[in-house]
Design a protein around this ligand. Structure first.
Ligand SMILES: [Zn+2]
Length: 262
């Protein structure tokens, strides 16, 4: 049983080796640290440099879009690192709207162009206010153009409707499922899980956020991915080993990590 946590956030104050060892002891042998801004991308890069089976992504989370001042050149430096396997997380967050929408859209579009230029897949964050589909519509439009130009992406921590999952899947999207799947009210996420083609499913913790039940409310950690995988296997009525094998293989293929590095 080997799992791949395809999305978590690493901060320098966590010890890199202990952090990884704790996850590995729970079967999480591979991990990708997402970049939520320049500083966090440096931390993610550091984590990847300390652990053979870890990789990182570079990007600016929509929350921090207002602090991004067109310094994409700084991000271009990360391309020299072979552990860089994706651009993200990037996208739109109209739920919290920490950055104004126009700025979020501009930064998102700029990083999608960067992903195309680097020929790297993108990790997408998309969240709307209740009863609104504005972020989904706008993200869809940008991603449709991105996919049309050969771009690949995962909609990470998917919490939208089956309808939106279908639309993104038509663009070739992968879908990332987190510990939200264990929450009693998240029936929509369990419904989405059932309709994701098996080759497009990725598992992730989004640690330190969104700890799954029974750890809900505590600080999340990649070691809890096993509980998420168990829940996903039970929703899909398949074996745990099957989902572990499938989602790990999907992660290697999505991030184009050469097989010899497994
Ligand atoms: Zn995240």
């Amino acid at each position: 049983m080997i799992l791949f946590d395809t999305h978590f956030h690493y901060y320098r104050e966590y010890g890199p080796s202990e952090y990884f060892a704790e996850a590995e002891a729970e079967g999480v042998k591979y991990m990708l640290a997402a970049g939520g801004g320049y500083k966090e991308t440096l931390d993610a890069q550091y984590f990847a440099s300390q652990n053979k089976n870890c990789w990182f992504a570079a990007g600016v989370h929509p929350h921090g879009a207002s602090e991004f001042n067109d310094d994409i050149m700084r991000f271009a430096e990360f391309r020299k690192d072979e552990k860089l396997v994706a651009v993200g997380e990037i996208g739109l967050d109209y739920y919290y709207e920490h950055s104004e929408k126009k700025k979020q859209l501009d930064v998102f579009a700029e990083f999608l162009a960067f992903a195309l230029e680097c020929k790297l897949p993108a990790i997408i964050h998309c969240r709307d206010k209740e009863d609104s589909e504005e972020a989904y519509f706008q993200a869809y439009n940008l991603l449709s153009a991105f996919a049309g130009r050969g771009g690949h992406f995962v909609v990470h921590c998917f919490t939208g409707s089956v309808k939106w999952a279908e639309k993104f899947l038509e663009l070739g999207a992968y879908i990332g499922i987190t510990g939200i799947i264990t929450f009693p009210k998240a029936e929509n996420v369990r419904d989405v899980l059932k309709m994701i083609p098996e080759k497009r499913l990725l598992l992730e913790t989004d640690a330190p956020y969104l700890a799954p039940i029974p750890h809900r409310g505590k600080k999340n950690h990649p070691k809890y991915l096993k509980g998420i995988a168990l829940k996903a296997a039970s929703v899909l009525k398949i074996d745990f080993d099957q989902i572990a094998e499938l989602t790990t293989a999907n992660a290697f293929s999505f991030f184009k990590i050469p097989q010899h590095r497994k």
